[in-house]
Design a protein around this ligand. Sequence first.
Ligand code: WT7
Length: 648
Amino acid sequence: MDLSPDAAFTAQANGTAAMYDEAEADHEGFWARQARERISWSTDFEQTLDWSGAPFAKWFVGGELNVAYNCVDRHVEAGNGDRVAIHFEGEGGDTRTITYADLLAEVSKAANALESLGVATGDRVAVYMPMIPETVFTMLACARIGAPHSVIFGGFSAEALHTRIADAEAKVVVTTDGQWRRGKAAPLKAAVDAAIHHGDDASPVEKVLVVKRTDSEVEWDDDRDVWWHDLVDGQPDTHEAQPMDSEHPLFILYTSGTTGKPKGIFHTTGGYLTQAAYTNAVVHDVHPETDVYWCTADVGWVTGHSYIVYGPLANGATQVLYEGTPDTPHQGRWWEIVEKYKVSILYTAPTAIRTFMKWGAEIPAKFDMSSIRVLGSVGEPINPEAWLWYRKHVGHDTAPIVDTWWQTETGAIMISPLPGVTTLEPGSAQHPIPGISAEILDDDGNPFTEPEKVGYLVLTKPWPSMLRGIWGDPERYRETYWSRFGEKYYFAGDGAKYDDKGNIWLLGRVDDVMNVSGHRLSTAEIESALVSHPKVAEAAVVGASDDTTGQAVCAFVILRADAVEEADEPGEGGELVQELRNHVSQEIGPIAKPRQVMVVPELPKTRSGKIMRRLLRDVAENREVGDVTTLADSSVMSLIKEGMSGGS
Ligand code: WT7
């Protein structure tokens, strides 16, 4: 199979081979050029990078800009007001076409509305919404005012919402009455109410702005709650965008770390927008005049921030926004959307591709997908089998696939092939893009390049869209990312290796972070949810490999003595197990619900009391249990295996 770039593709590609050399020769000069060519500044910057306060970076110092102006107004000013910004496709088949001129009016109204609720520059706004146009309007309205948003994925529970609202001290929450899921209305505002009335804590939330989406029954607090249609619709459709400092915070996004407490990753204005726009241009190869782009991520994750809202809109692209699930009302829904809007660039996750593989190639074959010219993958390593299926059945064996490695923390794509430039290698994210530098280190922190040796991925130079810290916790930022290998290296938390062609292969997390369907979950967070249940004495959670979701949550629990008596058989059947699975769902959200909960008499621990998750993973993956010699009590593993055999 020839995976070298096609000459016709190369001729039109935004990315070029020369960019690697330019960036190599002058790292800061390269980024300064991206910032000036792709972004409109109301005040030009004086210094490209200030790294004197490392690891706290400042990019494009002294520059001023407004992100919403860059994503909306300037396209209208340039005469492209009639271009479609968003083709919205509701789950139930309702649609809405939003041009850049419409977007300007909607964002302006939303900005006026937020200001009327008392939101000012610097105030935080929590956004807990489904995939509907108002979510994009809200995010851009926040950016317009300079009020950092904190979007919380709609699949998180009231409990998780509470923690995030409290940590960010959000003054306003924007939500909907409910969200459509497989034809049913699931409540959303109810979780906001519960998050605000949480225990005895006083909530920072003053106002809740509610979009009517499902027409569901909601509880109402007249002093606090405001309907979107009552407030926003009547606002003036013009609003003056104020320039913000390049380093003004744009958003906070919570992600799981190795401890139970989620980290509020925060990003700022100029550097973030520059790299979001640049990568969407050179990696997705978006040509705004001709392409129809579709990123299937939820805006509740960083992929949705950078590659639904900020990157494509900064570039003036036309995109699809789809509210629903891939199998509603049938398993060909995505391909029907591709055919309907003539989607030319599709950006999705390996877990989705593996699901489509399971459903069968005859489903996409029923639709006209000849419009597809670039495919992207993100969130976890894509196995070569899924890569080849994607290429064949979605990309008619010709579309280049970009496997993009990055993180909430990196803000934008870091390692990926450039379509039209790179000869592709199925399963590998391949090389740092121009302007980015990465290395692989051994245990002692020495870089190496030998093929097939496994090490740790690090980033060696600051980049514009890097996180500026963890909200309210600068020390944790330093410790988490800049201490494992000293202050010179950003430690990503991923294992990696080179192949004999010098391609980088990402090998998954090396810390206690799991990746389930491309969603990041922390073992510690799920463990603490489990032990908060009155019947659980101790819990250990591992990510076990799963054919569809990449990894799946497997929990091992020890019950409290009084609970053991009333418990059903040990193992993973029975009511108690269901109760514990539901408990996790309630504490964190359905995405964290364990695939399996196994009730065990003991957990394998080292002499110093550390749980040996490696051994539990062996059990969860049905493997021969590995080396047990460092266990304090080496009989524990046979106890666990014995106890379980009666279960499932
Ligand atoms: C972690 C970051 C990037 C946005 C979505 C996830 C894993 C991400 C890839 C890829 C191998 C990948 C890493 C990373 N990851 N993309 N192309 N190949 N692994 O963002 O929730 O911050 O998770 O996702 O393990 O550290 P996130």
